[in-house]
Design a protein around this ligand. Sequence first.
Ligand code: ZN
Ligand code: ZN
Length: 161
Amino acid sequence: MAGIMKKLRNETERAKFEAARALRLQREQGKLGQLQNQRKDHVSALGEAVWELYQAGQVTDARLVSICTQIRATQQEIVTQEQGIEAIKQEQPPEPPSCPQCGREVSSSDAFCPGCGVAIALSATPLPAINNTSTQSCPQCRKPVRVGAAFCPACGARLTA
Ligand SMILES: [Zn+2]
Ligand SMILES: [Zn+2]
């Protein structure tokens, strides 16, 4: 009986010890991480200081010059990259095609301006199907035309009276 009690007590002590050790390890690992980060910060500051000396023409050591040359090249790439990003931000959506004569917005499928009837140079892109809001058809060529169009966009025939 006494032996069992002793065994239980030993196991409890051992579990306590393991829990305490895990906590200590966690705390000490955290401190180690902080120290490693501190070192990185110092090395980074050292690098910036050497970079400044290099720019002032005061670095002659071949290894340092080699690293500084790489920094210079990377900085130029950063500027180019920033300019590219700025250009993407400045991009405008493409203007819808418009009639060269009256300025009315036309569809890329129109061969003639529905507003003034002038012939429009067709783009090389395949013609999209005319949208289904059209309820009229051209009396001359029978193609569907948009409501309100004065001229047939397919053949240029005058539509309205
Ligand atoms: Zn027009
Ligand atoms: Zn027509």
